[in-house]
Design a binder for this molecule. Structure first.
Ligand code: NAD
Length: 243
């Protein structure tokens, strides 16, 4: 049973038909939030939305109008929007460089956050403020030789969040990024050999959701929060070049 921590809040979670997004959507709903489950995948997304008393929005985060439509679903069904979790993401997959796979990863992981922020800001402003959490990754903070394109998009999300947050802080809108290490979802299926060779431990999805709640509860903005197995989620201390 939830604790009503999010009672009266309306949340939008992209990529919420599975994995981390689904788990975040469920946790928010347990806490009393009304949740818009936004995903490319309709059947699973609809099922999740129904189970948690939310609404499904079929949404390709690569398409700006889809993100706007998902926000419209939140407003129409639940009266507004307080929280957006821009979580949808993909890895590159395949062998060698392929321009189409490259564009798909950039469009999903970076455009999805950029378009998502633009789509949600008017609705957050209408509430007098709100919170955005963008899902980056440890891959946005360290070299990622097994998927450089993925690493580039996640690093871009880190600096987009850090750069954008000061622009909207005066409006009571907070924007943060969460950067988990490997977590137990289907997205890592192509990397299990690499993960094993690196000796990297794998996070439980529930740990990522716990960390997400810490970020959500923080008054800070423009921060990137790193999570790894065995350590509490904490803000990344970025070095200032030349300082
Ligand atoms: N699992 C990990 O190891 C890990 C670690 C760090 C960060 N992340 C990030 O967490 C986020 C969630 O990943 P996950 O592990 O839950 O993966 P997942 O593959 O289990 O879930 C991703 C979800 O995003 C949806 N999606 C994909 N493309 C979409 C699009 N264009 N529009 C809308 N929805 C789309 C998928 O349908 C799926 O439901 C991603 O941004 C990922 O990069 C994952």
């Amino acid at each position: 049973m939830g604790n009503n921590e999010y009672l009266g809040k309306v949340a939008l979670v992209t990529g919420a038909a599975g994995g981390i997004g689904e788990a975040i959507a469920r946790r928010l709903a347990e806490g009393g939030a009304r949740v818009v489950v936004a995903d490319l995948v309709a059947e699973r997304g609809e099922a999740v939305a129904e189970e948690i008393g939310g609404a499904f929005a079929q949404c390709d985060v690569r398409v700006p109008s889809d993100s706007r439509a998902a926000v419209e679903t939140a407003v129409a069904r639940f009266g507004g929007l307080d929280l957006a979790v821009l979580n949808a993401g993909v890895v590159t997959g395949g062998d060698g460089f392929d321009p189409q796979r490259y564009r798909r990863v950039v469009a999903t992981n970076l455009d999805g956050v950029v378009y998502g922020i633009e789509a949600v800001l008017p609705a957050l402003r209408a509430r007098g403020g709100g919170t955005v959490v963008a899902m980056s990754s440890l891959a946005g903070l360290v070299p990622v030789p097994f998927d450089p394109v993925y690493g580039a998009t996640k690093a871009a999300v880190v600096n987009y969040v850090r750069s954008y947050a000061p622009l909207v802080a005066h409006e009571g809108i907070r924007i943060n990024a969460l950067c988990p290490g490997f977590a137990e979802t289907p997205i890592i299926d192509g990397f299990r050999g690499v993960i094993h060779d690196l000796g990297m431990p794998i996070l439980e999805v529930s740990d990522v959701v716990d960390a997400f709640e810490t970020v959500l509860g923080s008054p800070d903005s423009g921060e990137c929060w790193h999570l790894q197995v065995g350590a509490p989620v904490e803000q990344v201390a970025f070095a200032v070049p030349g300082a």
